[in-house]
Design a protein around this ligand. Structure first.
Ligand code: PEP
Ligand code: MG
Length: 904
């Protein structure tokens, strides 16, 4: 249902809406109203609510009754505020029409400016401004934008590549400039423009079969409809899909009095961030152009000037700052910056226009920023007492933290090479890869798992999919605030723009820099933090040694309730995870010592054990294996230095460990003293139809108790030896794939036997340890109360629990889960994000039953979900004691846990 109020006015010191009304008014409209309320100069205007957009799509692209009257009334208010009238021949008001959704979608929807210029209003405006050139320039911009946005795009016309009306008109403009020997648009005089507009109109009629509308009201409604229609434009739909923005939010439409930054040398336009969006540095950071309209800055057509002296860089030192060119206006703008930051307590992205010396604010919104900037701004604002600790913790999203953990170009390697070129550091971090010249190539190459850098002449929002797929983005033109730079930064992509030494030829797929030529597939390296480009592929390193990051994480830890452990199987991984703040190991997968580095000898012993037939053979192989297992167990506990380490007993798919190569097979056979034939028979016998549900986990320990015994002995002996060496050891023995209490009891008896034997042999009274199980089989959840009688802890193995709960084979989901997601049968891959409504019930049931039987039962999770932010929120609510995840996700889990606790 559309509510009665659909149109919200804002103007001098008054706004019918406010910043809290983003759902209804979109971000832009809500904040324009808020700025008006703060007595910040905003050109008067009104916002048509997102509910009208919903109505529009629900009713065959029509408007609710009475909307026209509401618009008229609000228009009258604008007229009053500006002392002008829309459509008036003497003193005409001109309007801008812009989109504005709840969450910002930079450059993804449409805008029409200068609405209201027509044959009846043009002469009056010329007379009033005494500037015919300006008026006709505004008119040619209107014709270009309107024919493109309203008459072509909104009408659903899809022209062939390069045949769009805007492109055609642009070409006509270029031809005039070329014919007359002009260098820039500014060289066109009034007569040129008048003539050009007349020809534009003819071309519009020829191409689109309709006249450009000469009635200001028709233009107004055409513009409103086109903005609503652009919500379902191609770019907007792609962007929403990538960003996860729901299709039903809709956009608002903002209609506002035009102010002009192109009325001569005392006029200007610019965009700025209240702090540096790439680094977070507390300096007013932005770009401006004299005698220009807003689109000139953001479209990346002209390389803009720096806002002030303090933020000038190597690339723009020679250009004039607003601070030096218009000092009074700059000071006024700087005061507004302070006022806005104080009010919104965040870094903002603003747009402004200066019309004949008078400053107008056109937009403010919370600024998109990199992970690094988010961290630095949150910590600075905390120190400035603008925000409190809890707010600081909430500011950084886990995804941004992930970005902080991403690599940078190795400074040592960088110091040794010559820079190829320099540009604006639009998105920090490093990226090395093969260059491609089109968005579609970037997508295709990335699909083939290649690292690609998308190289473009200028940034263009049409390229979103390619930008997403690329590891890094490099452009020859554009500024820090160009749309593509904003988008890349929001995604945490390494990005360099405005790199003017590049000559990009997208057709020939070549890039020239000085006398060097690079072709598609050649390697480049980008340092997006500094804006440096290098030829070739330089190495990357981790960026986590940042002290700011450590301080932030210390605050994070104050607020979380969940413990965070890691899944690590080697002393190296354990050490890395401790650096990231892991408080223990939640899953040590014993079988992983048989893969990778130094695994040859233990793997050989394991294979012998697998192929053994008799207990005697097996015991011999196990004796050979023992020292390797003990060493790994001991070194890992030593690396964790007294923090708990959960050792999961062997859970290997046995057949995977049988060698395939004839040579390996022969070696094994001879070491076991058996014939090749016998070997083949035994290997064949290991084959299982459904190994995921076969002879694995505890089943192995039941059929071959000596396998469990060897591991348990290694754990106890390692613990005793460490204690003797003055170190602490806290092992937890975990039994996998348990579904029946008796399985756990069986293994417990074995553990007790080995415990007594080791204590006796090593002359110790006690070895502290815990005995518990994984909960990863649905049956285990159903009988968790029984299992908890024996288990001192549960660790949810949500990988297998998801596999067996859904009946989806972990190894085979590639064939159908992507389709499930595409067809919206599942919202997410349940192996990445825990299925809270289904598998989550199994978890909560096991928790309730387990704790009922053993109130002090320790509960954790060690499936992949332990490092997924949404799943961590679930674990917090479910009351687990800890989550366990891979080392690089430990900081992410810590942050997600704190945010879950702060969410209440
Ligand atoms: C699990 O099943 O969730 C688990 C952690 O064990 P694995 O992935 O080794 O089967
Ligand atoms: Mg498992």
């Amino acid at each position: 249902m559309v509510k009665a109020k659909r149109v919200y006015f804002f103007g001098k010191d008054r706004g019918e809406g406010d910043a809290s009304m983003k759902e209804l008014l979109g971000g832009k409209g809500a904040n324009l109203a808020e700025m008006a309320r703060l007595a910040i100069p905003v050109p008067p205007g009104f916002t048509i609510s997102t509910e009208v957009c919903t109505y529009f799509y629900g009713h065959g692209r029509t408007y609710p009754e009475g909307l026209a009257a509401d618009v008229d009334q609000a228009l009258r208010e604008i007229e009053k505020g500006m002392g002008q009238r829309f459509g008036d021949p003497e003193n005409p008001l001109l309007l801008s029409i812009r989109s504005g959704s709840r969450s910002s979608m930079p450059g993804m929807m449409e805008t029409v400016l200068n609405v209201g210029l027509s044959s009846s209003t043009l002469p009056g405006l010329v007379k009033k401004t005494k500037n015919e050139r300006f008026v006709y320039d505004a008119y040619r911009r209107l014709v270009m934008m309107y024919s493109d946005v309203v008459m072509e795009k909104a009408a659903g016309i899809e022209p062939a590549e390069g045949r769009g009306i805007r492109h055609q008109l642009d070409q006509m403009l270029s031809e005039v400039k070329k014919a007359k020997g002009y260098k820039s648009d500014a060289d066109l005089d009034a007569a040129d423009l008048r003539d050009l507009v007349a020809r534009f109109k003819t071309r519009v009629r020829e191409v689109l079969g309709k006249d450009f509308p000469d009635d200001p009201r028709e233009q107004l409604w055409g513009g409103i409809g086109a903005v609503f229609a652009s919500w379902n434009g191609k770019r907007a739909v792609s962007y929403r899909r990538i960003e996860g923005i729901p299709d039903d939010w809709g956009t608002a439409v903002n209609v506002q009095a035009m102010v002009f930054g192109n009325m001569g040398d005392t006029s200007a336009t610019g965009v700025a961030f209240t702090r540096n969006p790439a680094t977070g540095e507390n300096l007013f950071y932005g770009e401006w152009l004299p005698n220009a309209q807003g689109e000139d800055v953001v479209a990346g057509i002209r390389t803009p000037n720096p806002l002030n002296e303090a933020t000038k860089g190597e690339h723009n030192r020679h250009l004039p700052s607003l601070e030096s060119t218009m000092p009074t206006t700059y000071r006024e703008l700087d005061l507004i910056r302070v006022k806005l930051e104080k009010h919104f307590t965040d870094m903002l992205d603003i747009e402004f226009t200066i019309q004949e010396g008078r400053l107008w604010m056109l937009q403010c919104r919370v600024g998109k920023r990199t992970g690094t900037a988010t961290l630095n701004i949150a910590m600075d604002m905390l120190a400035e007492k603008l925000i409190d600790e809890k707010t600081a913790v909430k500011r950084l999203s886990p995804a941004q933290l992930d970005e902080l953990l991403h690599p940078i170009v190795d400074p040592k390697a960088e110091a040794g090479v010559q820079r190829l070129a320099g540009g604006l550091p639009a998105g920090p971090g490093g990226a090395a890869g093969q260059i491609v010249f089109t968005a579609s190539d970037a997508v295709a190459w990335a699909k083939e798992k290649k690292h690609v850098l998308l190289v473009r002449e200028e940034t263009n929002p049409e390229d979103v999919e390619g930008m997403r797929a690329a590891d890094g983005i490099l452009t020859a033109r554009g500024g820090m605030t160009s749309h593509a730079a904003l988008v890349a930064r929001g995604w945490g992509k390494c990005c360099i723009v405005g790199c003017s030494a590049l000559h990009v030829d997208a057709r020939a797929k070549t890039l020239k820099v000085g006398d060097r030529t690079f072709v598609e597939g050649d390697y480049l390296t980008l340092n997006g933090t500094k804006g440096y480009v290098y030829a070739g592929e330089l190495p990357m390193i981790s960026s986590t040694e940042n002290p700011r990051f450590m301080q932030f994480m210390a605050i994070v830890d104050k607020y979380r309730k969940l413990g965070v452990r890691t899944n690590a199987d080697t002393p190296e991984d354990a050490a890395q995870a401790r650096k990231f703040g892991a408080e223990g190991i939640g899953l040590f997968r014993t079988e992983h010592m048989f893969y990778g580095k130094n695994s040859e000898k233990p793997l050989f012993a394991l294979r012998k054990m697998i192929i053994s037939k008799t207990e005697a053979e097996r015991r011999k192989a196990l004796d050979e294996l023992f020292p390797y297992v003990k060493k790994d167990v001991k070194d890992t506990m030593a690396a964790m230095d007294g923090l708990p380490v959960t050792f999961r007993l062997l859970d290997p798919p046995l057949h995977e460990f049988v060698p395939h190569q004839a040579e390996e097979r022969a070696k094994l056979a001879s070491s076991l003293g058996i014939s090749a034939d016998e070997f083949e028979k035994r290997a064949e016998a290991l084959h299982e139809t459904n190994p995921m549900m076969g002879h694995r986990g505890v089943r192995l320990g039941i059929t071959y108790p000596e396998v469990s015994e060897m591991q348990v002995r290694a754990i106890f002996e390692a613990a005793v030896e460490l204690t003797r060496e003055g170190k602490k050891a806290l092992p937890e023995i975990m039994i996998p794939v348990v579904g029946i209490k008796a399985e756990l009891d069986h293994q417990r008896a074995l553990v007790d036997r080995v415990y007594a034997e080791v204590c006796g042999r090593m002359s110790v009274k006690e070895i502290p340890f815990l005995y518990g199980t994984m909960i990863e089989i649905p049956r285990a959840c159903l009988v968790a109360d029984q299992i908890a009688e024996t288990a001192e802890f549960f660790s949810f193995g949500t990988n297998d629990l998801t596999q067996m709960g859904f009946g989806f084979s972990r190894d085979d989901i590639g064939g159908f889960v992507p389709d499930y997601i595409e067809k919206k049968i599942l919202a997410a891959d349940p192996f990445q994000t825990l299925d809270q409504e289904g598998i989550g019930q199994l978890v909560t049931m096991a928790i309730q039953k387990g704790r009922a039987a053993r109130p002090k039962l320790k509960l954790g999770i060690c499936g992949e979900h332990g490092g997924d932010p949404a799943s961590v929120h679930f674990c917090h609510r479910a009351g687990l004691n800890y989550v366990s995840c891979s080392p690089y996700r430990v900081p992410i889990a810590r942050l997600a846990a704190a945010q879950a606790a702060l969410a209440g």
